[in-house]
Design a protein around this ligand. Structure first.
Ligand SMILES: [Mn+2]
Length: 324
């Protein structure tokens, strides 16, 4: 076996997983396609090796996001409070331990925590750290890890991995799409992944009410002159009036970023506690990662997020950061 990605911990992680009888696996809270796909691929793969596996993320109750019904996450999911205390704990797609939410304590309590991730700035919170910022997705890393453990990537696992890769690369549009990503994608297609069907599940199955929400959000979008910034926001009452939910609002930022008049798009989404989850996207080269980190958040250079109390105040702060 060769040490992949030049990581000194890679082989040790393979050995630890191969030796384990049971493995608890967790992805980050508010899971996206990569988190869910990585979680389910690891769950199915390690089960194929005869391990007792448990999948979770640190939110009670864990609500499965919209558009990923085909992953059958509900069949694998254990509530965080009921997650068995296994020696081996696999954390997926978490840039820092606090992304584990209610399961954060597991990262330090478990005898062997494996931290598999591709976020730059990952603080190596695991006992073993498989952090590859150049990887398109955590799913890409999970695939190689499973293969090195002797897992045969079957069609069901391939579907999970494909989901992670296509969502984190924006369907192979973003700069994290490398030749290696496409090689891996070709392998997955060769295993029978029904790519067009999955695309309509993930991006083409929103309820009509979403179009009304999109109308509201685009109607109040603002362009910040001189900063190359476009932003808008979704309030809790917007969700109520349009009959939509926050997980259906995931794609709103893509509508905002489609203008040529801004290279940075920001969407504010109000949470149940009244605060806003702020998502930022850059078309490059300007970074939004630093903006998010300076405000207690995290992410990648071209896609990042943080939490804020007030829309206009926050926009003013971002504008200042971008124009100084
Ligand atoms: Mn990811």
């Amino acid at each position: 076996m060769r040490s992949r990605y030049g990581l000194s911990d890679w082989d040790a992680a393979v050995s630890a997983l191969c030796a384990a009888d049971e493995v608890a696996i967790a992805c980050h809270v508010n899971p996206d396609g990569d988190a869910l796909g990585s979680l389910m691929a690891a769950y199915l793969g390690l089960r194929q090796l005869g391990k007792r596996t448990f999948a979770s993320w640190g939110t009670t109750p864990a609500k499965i996001p919209y558009g990923y019904g085909f992953l059958h996450v509900e069949d694998a999911l254990t509530d965080p409070a009921a997650l068995p205390r296994t020696d081996t704990f696999l954390a997926l797609d978490c840039g820092a331990a606090d992304r584990l939410g209610e399961l954060e304590g597991r990262a330090s309590d478990s005898r062997c925590t494996i931290n598999l991730d591709h976020h730059p700035g990952n603080d190596n919170f695991g006992a073993l750290n498989l952090v590859v910022p150049t990887a398109s997705s955590s799913a890409e890393l999970v695939m190689r890890l499973l293969q090195d453990c002797g897992v045969e990537i079957d069609r069901a696992i391939a579907v999970c991995l494909w989901t992670g890769v296509v969502t984190d690369t924006g369907r192979f549009q973003y700069s994290n799409t490398s030749p290696e990503t496409l090689t891996l994608a070709a392998e997955l297609l060769g295993l029978g992944v029904p790519a067009p069907d999955l695309a309509s599940e993930i991006w083409g199955s929103l309820p009509f009410a979403y179009l009304r929400l999109l109308g509201v959000v685009l109607g109040r979008a603002r362009l910040v002159a001189g900063a190359g910034l476009v932003y808008s926001w979704v309030g809790l009452d917007d969700l109520e009036v349009t009959g939509t939910s926050l997980d259906e609002a995931e794609g709103l930022i893509d509508a905002l970023r489609s203008t040529r008049d801004a290279d940075i798009a920001v969407i504010f989404k109000q949470q149940d506690d009244g605060k806003f989850r702020v998502s930022l996207r850059s078309k490059g080269p300007r970074s939004v990662g630093a903006i998010a980190r300076a405000r207690g958040g995290g992410g990648h250079e071209l896609a990042a997020g943080f939490t804020a109390e007030d829309v206009e105040e926050t926009v003013e702060g971002i504008r200042r950061d971008l124009t100084r």
